[in-house]
Design a protein. Structure first.
Length: 135
């Protein structure tokens, strides 16, 4: 069985969507910094959280692509594990940051939907790789 086409399409779509999401979050963050009163250090901690989210999401997408194209389950499982902190990071921007605007609610909702679909199809992909492993 070939690598999961649906999973690869989701990874490809998410690789472009996440960077659009990141640019919008960056722009919204600058807007909020200029127009809203932030407590001391809060913007700095939210910026660090944003940078960590970008790093984790990049590594997650890379490992998912690598594992899916080489039909190896180990990189796909690492991608699945990295989905947890990535989801928590997106939830932070959706629920727990100091100011949340409606645009962020929509962007984070779409990102969480993509992450949920990728969890499902990555699991199917790992199971199919183990099932069709040559001994």
């Amino acid at each position: 069985m070939n690598s999961s086409l649906t999973y690869e399409i989701l990874l490809y779509l998410n690789s472009y969507y996440f960077w659009m999401f990141a640019l919008c979050e960056l722009g919204v963050g600058i807007f909020k910094l200029l127009h809203l009163p932030y407590p001391f250090g809060t913007f700095f901690s939210e910026s660090i959280m944003f940078g960590l989210l970008c790093c984790i999401e990049s590594a997650r997408i890379f490992m998912g692509h690598k594992g899916n194209l080489t039909e190896r389950s180990y990189p796909v499982m690492i991608s699945l594990i990295l989905t947890i902190p990535s989801s928590i990071g997106v939830l932070y921007f959706l629920l727990w940051q100091t100011y949340v605007i409606r645009l962020e609610v929509v962007l984070c909702g779409i990102q969480l939907t993509l992450l949920s679909l990728e969890i499902i199809f990555a699991t199917v992909c790992v199971v199919s790789f183990y099932r069709h492993r040559a001994y």
